[in-house]
Ligand binder design. Structure first.
Ligand SMILES: [Zn+2]
Length: 297
């Protein structure tokens, strides 16, 4: 080691292993520009230069790039996967945020988070206008299963030509009595664009309608971001005589907190028996500590 090294170190300071929040500042600015466009055109898929991330594509890199481009030292981040803070994907993303942005706090409490990154769920607790919801989406194109070509789907969006997706829902109803899509149910945003709300269950889709908070959705592998700005109309595609329906949990309750009004996961016990628990583990824990809210079993 050179004798001058300590002097140089004194001049330059200690170099951190990573830039704050992993991404370099030019990348963050580019992603934020794409997000501004997404907010300006609700439901429109904006292409962005998706970066290589230290997690595999398809594991939430789109949502992660949004979170890391927006997070600041004053933020508190919550990450959930299928409603759980402890799931592998959520724990790894949270650890990456903590390691590369040590000033940022992380939490499992929905109410104290300023940024909530989620896969497959919107929290049960109503989000406020000062909170930001970031959703991970593997396939951002809601028309993909009726049209395989990207060049054609982009033309369909531009022309507002959604006949083929309406026909596909109609055919589902004729064949099965119900639209077949259980997660990522297509929605009309701001009466203009058909959008995939990410693979959230139908139960969560109505939460997006005129929500007071901003929702940002990112697809890393597909290099797309899109947004639902606050107070925007989000209507599931449905027919007047065959309205949109959410999952039916009638007669079921959470085995831990007794809840009858949350999205429930089925847990198989064997011998043909199963129980249900809240998918949102933080909300369930909160209810367990509030005995007055526990429903009779
Ligand atoms: Zn519960």
């Amino acid at each position: 080691m050179s004798a001058t090294h300590p002097k140089l170190r004194a001049l330059t300071g200690t170099t951190p292993d990573y830039n704050f929040a992993f991404l370099d500042e030019i990348t963050k600015r580019e992603i934020r520009r794409s997000l501004l466009k997404a907010v300006a055109i609700p439901g429109y898929q904006v292409p962005f230069g998706s970066r290589e991330m230290p997690i595999a594509r398809g594991w939430g890199t789109g949502g992660l790039q949004i979170t890391l481009s927006l997070v600041g030292p004053d933020d508190t981040v919550k990450v959930i996967d299928q409603g759980s803070d402890a799931a592998l994907n959520a724990a790894n993303i949270r650890r990456l945020v903590t390691r590369t942005a040590p000033q940022v706090r992380t939490t499992t409490e929905t109410g104290t988070a300023s940024i909530i990154q989620s896969r497959h769920r919107i929290p049960e607790e109503s989000l406020r206008a000062d909170q930001l919801l970031v959703l991970q989406v593997p396939q951002p194109e809601p028309l993909r299963y009726v049209e395989p070509l990207e060049t054609v789907t982009r033309e369909m969006h531009a022309a507002g030509d959604y006949a083929s997706i309406w026909v596909s829902i109609y055919e589902d109803i004729v064949r099965d009595g119900e639209a077949s899509q259980s997660t990522g149910y297509p929605v009309f945003v701001n009466d203009r664009y058909v959008m995939s709300p990410s693979p959230i269950p139908r139960f969560d889709v109505p939460k997006l309608h005129r929500a007071p908070y901003l929702t940002l959705i990112g697809a890393g592998r597909e290099s797309r971001v899109y947004a639902v700005p606050p107070h925007t109309t989000v209507m599931p595609l449905a027919f007047e005589d065959h309205p949109f329906r959410i999952e039916d949990f009638t007669g079921k309750h959470c085995a831990r907190c007794g809840s009858t009004d949350t999205y429930l996961d089925e847990i198989v016990l064997g011998n043909g028996r199963f129980i249900y628990t809240c998918s949102d583990t933080a909300f369930c824990k909160q209810r367990q500590t509030m005995p007055q809210n526990v429903q009779p079993r």
